[in-house]
Design a protein around this ligand. Structure first.
Ligand code: ADP
Ligand code: ADP
Length: 230
């Protein structure tokens, strides 16, 4: 798993927009799960964009395993990270095609083995025609919740050292949310998981919570610590 830290990061999007991050710092050790919470517009999703190097901060540094992400090879950086954004794109191909995007050709039984290894059985098995190559259900016909599950499974199959999930449970029913929680719990020894969370059920399973508001870090702690503060 990878550690992650921000040091005095100041960021505004190109153009005339306001400052989004006013010098934020935080440290996330390798392994475990961290949840970012805070109102819409607080700057949570932008944290992920800076880790992925979609943008460069005006000042400050973003470190992955102690190394400045801007000094890493971009391919290496992106390969280390699984990133699932809100409304992650799903392509017109079958579910199997969608899971395998960017992978070398994978045989049917090999894909099933990898899915089992990653404990994605519950999430994937109940997708319409899951991994069937012949009668594959088209990605574009999936419901919102099904798309979220495909996108999460796609990221997990690559065994990232850091997994960034941006509100990916918003369209999941209770059963699928539980299945995803079990998957996440099962990987936190080998993958550092960071989520932007709205639901209390997601927040309460995190080892660490980072509260953001107005582009600043307001608090960091466990669920219990934050509850006892106010
Ligand atoms: P949320 O608060 O749920 O993260 P937002 O409404 O802030 O969602 O953003 C939704 C999408 O619109 C995101 O992809 C974000 O990058 C984009 N976005 C938000 N604000 C702007 C903006 N001022 N200019 C361009 N894109 C924006
Ligand atoms: P959150 O995830 O906490 O809702 P965001 O990181 O999405 O917050 O957005 C923080 C601020 O940056 C908001 O004011 C939003 O409108 C703005 N923003 C987000 N994406 C873009 C973008 N692509 N271009 C310009 N402004 C953006």
């Amino acid at each position: 798993p990878a550690s992650l830290s921000f040091h005095d990061v100041v960021f505004r999007y190109p153009g005339d927009g306001p400052v989004v991050h006013h010098g934020i710092s935080f440290e996330i050790p390798a392994a475990g799960m961290t949840a970012f919470v805070g109102p819409s517009g607080a700057g949570k999703s932008t944290v992920f964009s800076l880790i992925e190097r979609f943008y460069e901060p005006q000042s400050g540094t973003v470190l992955l395993d102690g190394r400045d992400v801007h000094e890493l090879d971009l391919g290496e950086l992106r390969a280390a990270i699984g990133y699932v954004e809100q409304d992650a794109p799903v392509l017109a191909g079958t579910i199997r095609d969608n899971l395998c995007i960017g992978m070398p050709y994978v045989e049917e039984d090999e894909l099933r083995r990898v899915v089992d290894q990653a404990r994605l059985g519950e999430l994937v098995a109940r997708l319409p025609h899951g991994l069937d190559t012949e009668v594959g259900h088209r990605g574009t016909k999936l419901s919102g919740g099904e798309r979220q599950r495909v996108a999460v499974a796609r990221a997990l199959l690559r065994r990232p050292r850091l997994l960034l999930l941006d509100e990916v449970t918003s369209q999941l029913d209770a059963r699928n949310e539980n299945a995803l929680r079990e998957v996440i719990t099962g990987i936190t020894a080998e993958t550092t998981v960071v989520v932007v969370a709205h639901r209390l059920s997601t927040v309460s399973m995190a080892d660490r919570i980072v509260v953001m508001d107005g582009g600043r870090i307001r608090a960091v702690g466990t669920h219990e610590e934050l509850l006892s503060e106010d």
